[in-house]
Design a binder for this molecule. Structure first.
Ligand code: ADP
Length: 476
């Protein structure tokens, strides 16, 4: 049995802002089939603390970056968790990364240094009767782990997964003491990045193995365009970098049993869900495709490209139902588009149940991202027979089979990809989408292909477990 501690800042179903949480919630269960005992270390945000019951304090810290803290062991929803109960760091109103206005918390460096520090302390002294063989950190919030492993004098291997390279967790060098970092390691080989402390750089330099969430993104990360400043570091670590595509939680995302929808086993069952969704969004019936989009609303996600290309969808009597929240200027632009056309409907907010209804009721799911490490909503779409229309980048390139003439002829097409990632190519993609939609036999064949595609965790969990095994010391 390999004991692995995930060090991660969010985990579904307890606390989620994006795909990172889905991975942290589903991969541990998938890994249990590969003889791995995975536990998840998570900050005790108020939403998490409110869900706790029957916890056991397994460790205490007199001064965890500015105040006392307790480490609580918790078992829930099939997961084994350690929760950092540190009110001075996590007990506050607002989001998990920032306040209600979207401004990052000023003490985020300390809040997530604490996460990394506790991870390293569990590796060095255990938690209760459990000590991990491997630490597995996710994104910059776990990035300083190698530094704290070093100061604790432990050589437990550290695996690091990049879910999104755009977030570096940089902070000014004058926080060195506050973060309990060793100033002699403030150099290019450790956590220094252009004169700043970089949690991401620390992880990329200190990890024994680095993974990211699709093969294409692993290649893209080595280029200046996608590496966002870290491409040089990653080229240096290329021998230890690999791409492992994300899966989805097949229990939570199963159209035959999903409690949020009218369940169905074949795509024919989507019609009732489409009707319900149109009603929810105040859309009339139409003979064009109903496209859905569920996303954070940021520059990355290509929302501006969507707005540019929408007239083509509308010209074919297509419809858009969109759910998301994020940058105010994108929210405003979307609400204005919705106000200007009866076939566009937008809901600003975060709504898990509605996201299921949208994936079930949509004909197509849109993911026009400029970059997309893996992307999950296109995977949900495949499973629900909701054809993905996606940019040709990152995990979207790896998980969707474009409806080229050859793919259609050999009956493997599962969606539509567009490239280059701009408004004109997306416009052309809408033309193709509407053309396929007007040919029911072609559309249905693609739905069947999509619903057959494997989108679970089995193959990827096997790859992670192989990485863990490669790092385990042979028994002496
Ligand atoms: P990212 O991690 O970059 O946000 P992913 O596609 O990997 O993108 O994962 C996003 C996850 O968050 C998906 O599970 C998606 O359904 C969910 N999600 C995003 N925005 C919303 C929202 N407004 N309401 C409900 N779920 C959302």
């Amino acid at each position: 049995m390999t004991k692995v501690l995930f060090v991660v800042s969010e985990c579904a179903p307890f606390i989620k802002t994006g795909g990172l949480a889905d991975v942290a919630g589903a991969l541990p269960l998938a890994l249990s089939a590969f003889d791995c005992d995975v536990r998840v270390l998570l900050p005790g945000y108020p939403a998490v603390i409110a869900q706790l019951s029957k916890t056991k304090v397994v460790k205490t810290y007199e001064d965890l970056f500015g105040g006392p803290a307790k480490l609580r062991r918790w078992k829930y929803a099939g997961l084994n968790l350690f929760i950092i109960d540190a009110p001075h760091l996590y007990d506050r109103d607002g989001g998990i990364y920032g306040d209600v206005t979207g401004q990052d918390w000023a003490d985020n460096p300390e809040r997530f240094a604490a996460l990394s520090y506790v991870g390293a302390s569990i590796a060095s002294d255990g938690a209760g009767d459990w000590t991990p063989d491997i630490l597995h950190g996710h994104d910059w919030q776990a990035g300083l782990t190698p530094e704290y492993l070093q100061s604790a004098g432990t050589d437990v291997p550290f695996v690091f997964t990049v879910h999104n390279i755009a977030f570096h967790g940089n902070t000014s060098a004058d926080r060195m003491n506050a973060l309990h970092l060793d100033a002699t390691r403030f150099d290019a080989d450790h956590f220094e990045f252009w004169g700043q402390i970089s949690a991401l750089k620390s992880a990329l330099m200190g990890a024994d193995k680095i993974t990211t969430v699709s093969r294409t993104y692993a290649e893209e990360l080595l280029t200046p365009e996608f590496g966002i400043g870290m491409d040089g570091v990653l080229r240096h670590r290329k021998a230890d970098l690999s791409g492992i595509v994300n899966g989805i939680d097949e229990a939570a995302w199963n159209p035959a049993t999903d409690p949020n929808i009218k369940p169905y086993k074949t795509a024919a069952g989507k019609a009732a869900n489409k009707q319900a969704l149109q009603k929810t969004f105040g859309l009339a019936t139409s003979d064009g495709p109903l496209c859905v989009l569920v996303s954070r609303l940021t520059e990355q996600k290509g929302i501006d490209l969507l707005l540019e290309a929408l007239p083509e969808l509308l010209r074919h009597r297509g419809q858009l139902a969109l759910l998301g929240s994020g940058e105010p200027k994108l929210e405003v632009a979307l609400l204005e588009a919705a106000a200007s056309h009866e076939n566009i409907a937008v809901k600003i907010g975060y709504d898990e149940a509605l996201s299921h209804q949208m994936i079930a009721g949509g004909d197509a799911i849109l993911v026009p991202s400029r970059f997309e490490p893996c992307g999950l909503t296109q995977l949900y779409g495949l499973r629900y027979g909701t054809l993905p229309l996606v940019a040709l980048t990152g995990g979207l390139a790896d998980t969707v089979i474009n409806a080229s003439p050859a793919a259609l002829a050999s009956k493997v097409a599962t969606g539509i990809q567009f490239f280059p990632v701009n408004g004109q190519a997306l416009t052309n993609a809408f033309t193709r989408l509407c053309d396929f939609y007007s040919q029911p036999a072609v559309w249905k064949a693609m739905q069947r292909n999509a619903m057959k595609q494997a989108v679970g965790w089995d193959a990827s969990a096997a790859e992670y477990s192989a990485i863990y095994s490669s790092l385990m010391k042979a028994p002496s």
